[in-house]
Design a protein around this ligand. Sequence first.
Ligand code: ADP
Length: 270
Amino acid sequence: MPITADDVTYTYMKGSPFEKDALKNVSLEIKDGEFLAIIGHTGSGKSTLVQHFNGLIKPSAGKVCINGIDTRGKELKELRRHVGMVFQYPEHQLFEETVYKDIAFGLEKQGFTEGEIEKLVKEAVSTVGIDLSILDKSPFELSGGQKRRVAIAGVVAMKPSILILDEPTAGLDPQGRDEVFQFISRMHRQLNITIILVSHSMEDVARLAQRIIVMSDGKIHMQGSAGEIFRDVAELEKIGLSAPQITHLMKKLKAVVPYLNDNIFTVQEA
Ligand code: ADP
């Protein structure tokens, strides 16, 4: 299911003194099976953009289509079954007595049989890399990283063909972060689904994404491969990274993006 955004503008609180153009004439195409990362300053429009991709937000002007179907139309409900959205801090939405019930929640609403639900819940748990033994626990007994993965499992269980994750590792420790990125990467490789990842974790973005989009002030400021995006230090400064952050990033990137030109880093680090 390809996604296209065609000259999309989105205005919050239109007509009020707080009116804000969060997206300005954004055009973009996302292909089936692509791993796309979206980076940029806080407030640059990343969340607003990705919420257009499941029709939660509809363009103020322009058009977003999923598989050729306009998100302003009536067929959106059906399409949404194929688009999984993991919001920031998704564990805040855990509320059931057990982990099993929480993961099964969306499936029950879709009308799957009990047997199907059990199978899908177990598959999702294994996909996100948590032990089946926690299914009967209360979600509130779990560690922060486990809670996060349970919340994501609830979305993964629906077998989306497009998975959108908005800062899925925010607030996790390095191990929790690695675990989340590991299964995202595994899902992309094994299931060949489309992944759209909003993240501040530049090293992971560079390592995982096939294409990176840099948002700035509601517009697509740059797009390209990790090699193209992270090549230019002046551009990194523009997207808000400080000099020490850039040095650190460059060092890390040398390990994860081997095709980057070594000389660029040597010059920058000197
Ligand atoms: P990002 O995800 O890159 O941090 P957002 O898409 O959340 O950016 O925000 C883009 C702009 O829209 C920001 O200026 C933000 O303050 C504004 N904005 C976001 N959500 C709302 C909202 N619900 N009401 C009003 N303004 C909003």
